[in-house]
Design a protein around this ligand. Structure first.
Ligand code: PEP
Ligand code: MG
Length: 327
């Protein structure tokens, strides 16, 4: 099995019945990059930038960030780098942030990710400029986390436009066609995905948070872990709505949450129409293997049946059926 997976590394991610699937990697630390290089040509669908901010007293400035993004681009050798603007606050606090202001009584529902970014433009603007400038050195996309309301997206788009104007004035190069996208990880955003999609170049479903917020289960609280269920019909419906919203707007929808990197769900997601997976580096080979041993189009009926099934154990059985011939 190991040998088969190793050999599969450079094979395209195409299903048995010919559906082309984009398989990308999630990067959390600089140290993930060498492993990615060994795994062959793979873009990055989620580059988490929090590591640049945590365990230090002052945030990284524009130049330091630009250097980090250029390092990642060099490691990717021409493949796309999707940089997510920082998702700080919530479960990912950083020192400078912890010091000023009261700790949110419920961090997951508090000043987190893009909410914090819009509240602290002096922290956000340098990151936007660094991402824009990185796009002069390779294919870069910018991705916004935790959007809930369209007005937040509009504020972000305005801010990006202002930073573009600033860079132009100072003669700093950037790619004017850089793609801008959003994570869909709040139920409100999934329910209104099409209106987000109409203003953006791509969406990416963050199932870790989407499940947390849909099922009202704190992802960091072990006492409710057993209720955390990616197969809950409400979660699956929200994934479906997001895929449909993106399709109606004519833009691609990826998934970068843990669910995308779990082989138990690969076939179900293919059956639901997902064609872009972004997964932890150490899952790439296995997910590619399952994609290559699945029939995406014939899986759609089984996916429909599973979404329509209310009982948890009945859904588990249907999933076993879908995965039956997987080694
Ligand atoms: C997610 O929420 O699914 C996601 C990919 O983002 P993070 O895990 O960094 O919150
Ligand atoms: Mg998230």
């Amino acid at each position: 099995r190991r040998a088969t997976l190793a050999k599969a590394i450079r094979l395209p991610s195409i299903t048995r019945d010919g559906a082309a699937v984009t398989l990308q990697a999630n990067i959390e630390l600089d140290t993930d990059l060498p492993a990615l290089r060994r795994l062959g040509p793979t873009g990055v669908g989620l580059y988490r930038t929090e590591f640049l901010y945590i365990n230090r007293k002052t945030p990284p400035d524009e130049e330091e960030q630009l250097r980090a993004y250029r390092r990642a681009l060099r490691a990717l050798g021409g493949e796309t780098l999707t940089i997510r603007t920082y998702d700080l606050g919530g479960d990912k606090l950083f020192d400078a942030d912890q010091r000023d202001g009261p700790i949110s009584p419920n961090p997951a529902l508090g000043l987190r990710a893009v909410r914090l970014s819009l509240r602290e433009p002096t922290l956000f603007a340098p990151q936007i400029r660094a991402i824009l400038r990185a796009s002069a050195h390779g294919p870069v996309r910018l991705m916004l986390p935790m959007l809930t309301d369209l007005s937040e997206l509009d504020q972000c788009l305005n801010l990006i436009e202002e930073q573009r104007a600033l860079l132009r004035r100072s003669g700093r190069p950037f790619d004017p066609t850089l793609g801008i996208g959003a994570m869909i990880e709040v139920p409100a955003a999934a329910l209104t995905a099409e209106s987000f999609a109409r203003r953006l170049d791509f969406l990416s479903i963050g199932t870790n948070d989407l499940i947390q917020y849909t099922l009202a289960i704190d992802r960091t609280d072990e006492t409710v872990n057993h209720l955390y269920d990616p197969l809950h019909p409400a979660v699956l419906q929200l994934i479906r709505l997001t895929l449909e919203g993106g399709a109606r707007a004519g833009i691609p929808v990826a998934m970068c949450g843990e669910m995308a990197g779990d082989v138990r769900y690969t076939r179900l997601l293919l059956g639901m129409g997902l064609r872009e997976f972004s997964v932890p580096v150490n899952r790439l080979a296995e997910i590619r293997h399952v994609i290559r041993h699945s029939d995406a189009y014939t899986l759609s009926a089984a996916a429909d049946a599973l979404i329509a099934t209310a009982g948890r154990s009945a859904r588990a059985e249907l999933l076993d059926g879908i995965n039956q011939d997987l080694a």
